[in-house]
Ligand binder design. Sequence first.
Ligand code: ARG
Length: 459
Amino acid sequence: MAKLWGGRFDGKNEGWIDAFGASINFDQKMAQQDIFGSLAHVKMLAHTGIISQTDAEQITAGLLAVKDKLEAGQLTFTVENEDIHMNIETYLHQEIGAVAGKLHTARSRNDQVATDMHLYLKDTLHTVIDKIQTFRNVLVDKAEANVYTVMPGYTHLQHAQPISFGQHLLAYYNMLTRDQERFTESIKRTDLSPLGAAALAGTTFPIDREFSAKELGFANVYTNSLDAVSDRDFILEFLSNSAILMMHLSRFCEELILWCSHEFQFVELTDTFSTGSSIMPQKKNPDMAELIRGKTGRVYGNLFGLLTVMKGLPLAYNKDFQEDKEGMFDTAETILTSLDIMAGMIHTMTVHKEHMLESTEKDFSNATELADYLANKGIPFREAHEIVGKLVIDGIHKGRYLQDIPLEEYQAITPVIEADVYEKLDSFNAVKNRHSLGGTGFDQVKHQIQLAKEQLEQE
Ligand code: ARG
C-alpha cells in the first residue's frame, strides 16, 4: 500500500528497511492518546472554521469507530504504516474514505507524537504518585507496629548504635515522600500542549492551540513551536526521577536481602514474594527484592540512553526522537510493578523482633552510651571516648561486653561510675534516651509517625 507521505517518492519500499524505521511495535501503547489527540484537533479545526462542521462530524464518528475497534481488540497494526499515527489514520480512511485526509490539516506527526507522549506521561505520573502514596502508607503502618522494635543501627555496615526499627522504616518513608514530590512537581512541565506547533514552525491556518489544549485537559501550551516539537525534558525528568526512586527501592531491597539471610534473620518475607531452588530443597530466596535491585540498572540505562540520544540533536524534530519511547514505557512498567511489589512485600513481612534486639545485646553498640554517661559526670567527652575505647579492646580480649563488667572494676577505673550505669547500657534504654529532634528515641519516632500521618492526610 502507498505510504501516507508517498507523493514525492518513486523508489520501492523494502520491508526490512521499513521495519528498521517503524515504531509501531512499541508506540501502539499510545493508540488511545493518539485518538484523543485527533478528536481534540478535529474539534478545533471545526471550531475555527478551518474545516466544515459536517466534515468534522464525519471524522469524529470515524475516530470513535476506530476507538471502539481498538478497545474490542480488532485492530492489527502494520510496519508498512510505520507508526501509531499513520496506522490510526489508515484505519480512519477505511472507515470514512477521503474526508479522513482533512484530519491532518495544520498538524504534523511531530506535534502529534509529542502530544501523545505528554498525554501518556501525564496519566502515568498520576498512577506513579498513587502507588508511591500507597507504599508510604504501608511504611507508616509498619513503622507504627515497630516503634519499640530495637535493632542495630549501622554505619559502614558495622554495628553502630541501637535504633528503633520504626525509625529505620520511616527513613524510607521520607525518601519516598521526596520521590513523590519530585514526580508531582514534574507534572507542571508535562502538562503542556505541543499540539499546533505542526512540523516546527506553526501553521498558516488560523488554529486555536488553547482550544485543543483545553479539550485535552492540558493546563498550558508550549510558547515556542520549535521547543514544543523538540522538547523531551519532560521524559528525561520522568526517567531521572524514576532512577532516584529505584535507587531508594534498591537500597531497601539490599537491606531486605541481608535481613532475610541466615546471618541476620531479622525479617522473613512471605512465600508469595520468595522462590525456591531447583536443586537445594531448603532454599527460600528473596527473588523479588533482588529483581527490584537488578531492574534499577535498566532504569538508569533508560535515563542515560535518552540523555545520550538528545545530546547532539539540532533543532527541531529528528527521527532520533523515536528512540525516546521504549525507555519511557519500560521505566513506567518497571517502577509501577516495583512499587506494587514493595508495598506487598513490606506489608506482609514478618519482623523477628527478638532477633533484632538480641543482635544489639551481643556487641559493643552501647559504647557511646558509656562515653555519654562519663561525659555527663563531667569527664571531657574525648577522655571518656578514650576510656571506653580501652574497655572495648579489653572486653574483646576477655570475651565480655560492657554490661558484663562488674561495678568494682568500673569503679577502679573511675569512681564516677555507679550502679545506674547498667540501665544506661541496656539497648532498649539507649534508644529510649535519644530524645533529640529527629532521633531514634521512641517519643521521636512517634512524633515522626504523627507528622507522616498528617502529611498523608493532607495530600
Ligand atoms: N514515529 C515518529 C516518532 O516517534 C513519529 C514522528 C515522525 N515524524 C517525522 N517527521 N518522521 O518520533
